[in-house]
Ligand binder design. Structure first.
Ligand code: ADP
Ligand code: ASP
Ligand code: MG
Length: 415
């Protein structure tokens, strides 16, 4: 019997009308004989409200680790409401359905509250329930730690809940229903000429997601790739029966037509930190990045350049804008130990990236990228590359211009 997993994001369950539409989609698929787990997000805007409430109650004098577990209790509640509402709407349509919260599923996570990782499922009753023909409506974004505390999976985490459930159930497909009808060559909200991609490889999707395309949470793609779960991104705004081809995220071998550049992504949550006058000797970088790692700060792009003085170097790196005040505070405390002269933090920057597996075998891609940016007079601050992506750091006000210019330069614009 076919087991499938469906996931509906915040806008798709934004009010009772939207939830009714979701119930119609689920009902139509149940009629086809599918045995389904349906993962839901909180209603649009709810998680932001809950985050603000938790932060307000905690107050700035509390350090994150002092409120993280209770923060999760608060922010996880949005998904509970949607799961109950959808189960009710399905029952109203004469279907057997019940809601499942993270602790009932026994979706186990580690203890990193606010950004917990899924460890697996403990002898869950979920498979028996759906095989018996009951539709499982699952609250996404949440799990439970080994000491039975509620934990959440990071913003956008319901995507990862859905893929984890699909992997555990050995589901045929994991359908991510959202407010766009697939994965586009870039964010369709800022480039109206963006095109829907029919098939994209796990590898490329992973880069797109981690470089800022928020249509799928990065960890969900990672998990789909590791467990070889086929993922489709579909529109929840169509009526059952209307064509909804979406985008298939799958193994590279399944894609015949390979593009040199498949997509352009951007991220505004970036900050650049420059340390001037670092001692130019072995062990200094190791010490610097150990300090940052211990503070839990994820460093992304890194460039080291010679400084004017002898035996001195400047170190430039980026981290998320959100982490940058903490990074600054941490480094200031360690100034003498690391041995730099001064520090500059630039927060008004963004990262624009091009992604494509075809880059592995094509030359001239970087040149095309840099030329397109220079023609728009956009200055490149930092560059980072991997086998299938090139990222540049630029001044934030140029983000949209850069994305559009690159989209055109690589022939991605729709006719
Ligand atoms: P959901 O609430 O369903 O999880 P999200 O808001 O998390 O939806 O993700 C969908 C949004 O991702 C779209 O509305 C779109 O603006 C944005 N997005 C960014 N990059 C892309 C892309 N390359 N393709 C499609 N959508 C993208
Ligand atoms: N509701 C959570 C969020 O807004 C999780 C999700 O929607 O995926 O981040
Ligand atoms: Mg999302």
């Amino acid at each position: 019997m076919a087991r499938t997993v469906l996931k509906f994001g915040g806008t798709s369950v934004g009010d009772l009308d939207r939830i009714a539409n979701v119930a119609d989609i689920v009902a139509a698929r149940a009629k086809q004989g599918e045995h389904m787990a349906v993962v839901v997000s909180a209603m649009a805007g709810e998680t932001n409200k809950l985050v603000a409430l938790a932060e307000g109650a905690a107050g700035s004098e509390l350090k994150r680790e002092q409120y993280d577990d209770e923060y999760d209790v608060v922010v996880a509640s949005g998904e509970q409401v949607t799961a109950g509402l959808l189960a009710l709407a399905l029952r109203k349509r004469g279907l057997k359905a019940r809601s499942w919260l993270g602790w009932q599923l026994k979706l186990k996570t580690n203890k990193s509250h606010g950004k917990a990782r899924i460890m697996g499922f403990d002898d869950s009753r979920l498979p028996d329930s759906i095989d018996a023909g009951e539709i499982a409506v699952i609250a996404g974004f949440q799990g439970v730690t080994e000491d039975e505390r509620v934990a959440t999976l990071g913003r956008g985490g319901s995507d990862t809940s859905a893929v984890a459930v699909a992997a555990a159930l050995n589901a045929q497909v994991c359908d991510i229903y959202t407010d766009v009808d697939g994965v586009y060559t870039t964010d369709p909200r800022i480039v109206p000429k963006a095109r829907r991609i029919e098939k994209i490889s796990f590898e490329e999707m992973l880069e797109m997601a981690s470089l800022g395309a928020k249509v799928l949470q990065t960890r969900s793609v990672e998990m789909a790739m590791n467990h070889n779960v086929p993922v489709r991104v579909l529109s929840s705004f169509l009526k059952p029966g209307e064509p909804n081809p979406g985008t298939l995220v799958c193994a590279e071998e399944e894609i015949v037509e390979k593009q040199v550049v498949s997509g352009v992504a951007y991220s505004r949550d970036e900050a650049k930190i420059t340390l001037f006058g670092m001692p130019d000797k072995p062990g200094v970088s190791a010490k610097l990045f150990a300090v940052l790692a211990q503070a839990g700060i994820n460093v992304d792009m890194i460039v080291q350049a010679n400084a004017r003085g002898p035996d001195r170097a400047n170190m430039v790196f980026t981290c998320t804008d959100r982490d940058s005040p903490f990074a600054k505070e941490t480094l200031e405390k360690m100034k003498d130990e690391i041995g730099f002269d001064s520090m500059e933090v630039t927060r008004d920057v963004s990262k624009v990236s091009i992604i494509g597996v075809g880059m592995k075998s094509h030359t001239g891609v970087a040149e095309t990228m840099f030329r397109a940016l220079s023609e728009k007079n956009i200055n490149i601050d930092v560059i980072a590359t991997s086998e299938i992506k090139i990222s540049v750091l630029i001044a934030a006000p140029y983000t949209e211009l850069a994305v559009r210019a690159l989209h055109t330069a690589f022939g991605l614009d729709a006719e």
